[in-house]
Ligand binder design. Structure first.
Ligand SMILES: Cc1cc2nc3c(=O)[nH]c(=O)nc-3n(C[C@H](O)[C@H](O)[C@H](O)COP(=O)(O)OP(=O)(O)OC[C@H]3O[C@@H](n4cnc5c(N)ncnc54)[C@H](O)[C@@H]3O)c2cc1C
Length: 351
């Protein structure tokens, strides 16, 4: 049996949830497929910046208490230079600061609130596009079963390693440069202020930058390096510095996690889609400096929904509408990396 939907969204992160929410609001029949079991773990510092707070509140409501980690709110970012001096960048002039959340809880709440039908443990295996529909082949891993789905529009909200982008444009994919972001979660303690998210620019701790934050007592720290570079040498330098200067004491390793990111965001080579396939969030290249990506994931997801809705009512080209609607977000992404480089005093993405 072939199932039919107006739109299928691949990926249940913030960009997928926002696209689904916008489309359901407009009366579309939407299916979200997610390859992992929900709620799923996502490597992230889980800080909800002002713009993400505003979009979340407007389109989804107040973040539930169950999503918050302790401390519930962070005051700001504390950037450390290589001489051990710091500068604070407060998150807000008034209010509590930025919510410090667990992505598993925040993301699963968003996707539930989207109102779309959601299948987890469902991996997109292949797709074929034609003039007015897309045929998808999916694999339901928990049941080891294949499903065929047809839709009018397909949205890739798959994150940085988008299978849809790679399938649509293998040449584009070949030219991407990649970095690895990796972090440890430890039981233990430290003297570093847990009400700040800390960033260290000294290049002996990472090619991009190294970070530290606290969630529910866990000491979380990591770094990002060019793919192919020996990550552990940087992480060892960094861990030793945290032990010597900030009294970091590690008891038990609870989790280690890593992911790949690419240079689409810094080079401005966004990939917004092709015909009736749109890409949103990190799949399209939206990631701001210092790895803030939830705000642009939410905003581009909503823009994709708006583009589809407007295109159906006006007959205008969907991709052209989406390109126009994301103009400001694309400009802001590129500018954010320039600003980041100014703050750090060096190129933050030397890929
Ligand atoms: C270490 C680190 C810290 C960060 N900290 C912050 C922070 O504090 N604040 C912030 O704003 N941003 C932060 N970010 C960035 C943020 O996590 C991402 O930019 C954001 O999650 C992107 O959202 P997305 O919806 O585009 O993709 P994702 O959140 O990556 O979601 C993509 C989803 O698609 C699913 N998927 C992929 N392929 C398929 C497939 N073929 N079939 C089905 N499902 C599929 C994946 O399983 C995943 O659930 C951080 C990133 C890193 C690496």
């Amino acid at each position: 049996m072939i199932l039919e939907y107006d739109v299928v969204v691949v990926g249940a992160g913030p960009s997928g949830a926002a696209a689904a929410r916008g489309l359901v609001n407009e009366g579309f029949n939407v299916l979200v497929i997610e390859k992992k079991k929900l709620p799923r773990y996502k490597i992230c510092s889980g800080i909800i910046f002002k713009k993400s707070q505003d979009i979340t509140r407007k389109h989804f409501g107040e973040i539930p208490h169950t999503a918050y980690a302790t401390p519930n709110f962070l005051k700001g970012v504390r950037f450390w230079d290589k001489h051990g001096h710091f500068t604070d960048w407060p998150f807000s002039k008034e209010g509590d600061g930025a919510p410090n959340i667990w992505r598993s809880e925040y993301d699963s709440w968003l996707i539930k609130k989207s109102g779309a039908e959601v299948w987890d443990c469902c991996n997109l295996k292949g797709f074929i596009t034609s003039a007015n529909h897309v045929s998808l082949e999916c694999h339901l891993t928990s049941r080891n079963e294949n499903k065929e789905i047809q839709c009018r529009y397909l949205i890739s909200a798959e994150g940085s390693r988008s299978f849809i982008r790679a399938t649509l444009d293998p040449e584009f994919e070949k030219n991407l440069k990649w970095f690895i972001a990796y972090q440890h979660y430890y039981e233990g303690h430290s003297e570093i202020d847990p009400y700040f998210y800390h960033g260290f620019f000294d290049s002996q701790y990472g090619d991009v930058y190294a970070w530290f934050n606290v969630k529910d007592g866990l000491q979380i720290f990591g770094t990002a390096v060019i793919r192919g570079v020996k990550l552990y040498a940087y992480l060892n330098n960094y861990t030793k510095m945290l032990e010597n200067k900030f009294g970091l004491r590690l008891r038990k390793l609870v989790r280690k996690a890593g992911c790949l990111g690419n240079d689409m965001c810094t080079t401005g080579r966004f990939y917004l889609g092709k015909e009736n396939v749109l890409l949103v969030g990190e799949a399209a290249g939206f990631l701001n400096a210092f790895g803030e990506g939830i705000s642009c994931a939410l905003s581009t997801g909503l823009s994709a929904a708006e583009a589809i809705s407007k295109s159906i009512s006006s007959g205008d080209d969907t991709l052209a509408l989406y390109t126009e609607l994301t103009k400001l977000e694309r400009r802001q992404t590129v500018v954010s990396w320039k600003l980041g480089a100014k703050i750090a005093g060096r190129n933050l993405m030397p890929l």
